[in-house]
Design a protein around this ligand. Structure first.
Ligand SMILES: Nc1ncnc2c1ncn2[C@@H]1O[C@H](COP(=O)(O)OP(=O)(O)O)[C@@H](O)[C@H]1O
Ligand SMILES: [Mg+2]
Length: 238
């Protein structure tokens, strides 16, 4: 599904991601872990096409067979990539409901959008009040991440990347998000970025990828994440 090959990313003259190659398949949940500053957010931003991150000429990012690494972020989103930021932005005067209606004009029936929002909000324990409030205004960490999850689902993207999925999110919100994602895993690719392994209590990833100093150091399963918790990154990957 998301095929990343020889991805090297620079910010200014600084090389942040170094020759990252991995194929993220459909129907699987991936967790990318790594210490602070290892390049996790930069990886996500580069996949999305953030203009501050420059790719080396050898870098390739493809969705299925189609290369997307030259496309603008909006186009990548249209092709099916969703990124939930580490710190979701607030939007004054526009609610999540309105935002989704707007985004899906001419793409989905308004009634269908309405029903989906109601259904997903119920599963994620998002209140009516929060749905109608200006996006993320005064929302807690958990509420913001739940709203991001709802948007990703209604927009029905193929590849969903959640940066710092469990930062500032309480246990109940994390459980609701994990349960929600698990149920929809079949034809999606989820990439969850985190620096702890709290999320692994609620959701079994198919693969755990360890990113250190911009290098994909090791790929394993849940056991690898456990090992890291016990021994720390340095010892666990060597
Ligand atoms: N826009 C940017 N400008 C300058 N340096 C950046 C920028 N984005 C990331 N970096 C640097 O790249 C490294 C990796 O950062 P980041 O991707 O945020 O790591 P992580 O998400 O794993 O904590 C850090 O040293 C950070 O300071
Ligand atoms: Mg980060």
């Amino acid at each position: 599904m998301l095929n990343v090959k020889n991805l090297s990313v620079m910010v200014g003259k600084k090389k942040i991601i170094k020759n990252f190659s991995y194929n993220f398949a459909k129907g699987k949940i991936y967790v990318i872990m790594g210490p602070n500053g290892s390049g996790k957010s930069s990886f996500a931003n580069a996949i999305m096409g953030h203009p501050s991150y420059t790719l080396s000429p050898q870098s390739r990012i493809a969705l299925g067979k189609e290369r997307i690494d030259k496309l603008q972020p909006e186009k990548r989103s249209e092709k099916g990539i969703f990124l939930s930021f580490q710190s979701p932005l607030s939007l004054a005067g526009v609610s999540v409901r309105e935002l989704l209606y707007l985004a899906l004009t001419k793409k989905k029936e308004p009634l269908a959008v309405r029903q989906e929002i109601t259904q997903y909000a119920k599963e994620l324990h998002i209140s009516e009040e929060l749905l109608g409030r200006s996006l993320n205004e005064g929302a807690s960490g958990g509420e913001k991440k739940k709203l991001e999850t709802l948007q990703a689902a209604v927009l029905d993207k193929k590849v969903m990347i959640f940066d710092e999925i469990d930062t500032g999110v309480d246990v109940d919100a994390l459980r609701a998000i994990a349960t929600f994602l698990k149920k929809r895993k079949k034809d999606k690719t989820f990439i969850l970025i985190t620096h702890y392994n709290r999320v692994l209590r609620y959701l079994m990833p198919d693969k755990v990828l360890i990113l250190m100093e911009g290098v994909l150091k090791k790929v394993g399963d849940k056991k690898l994440a456990k090992k890291i918790e016990k021994e720390g990154y340095e010892k666990a990957v060597n």
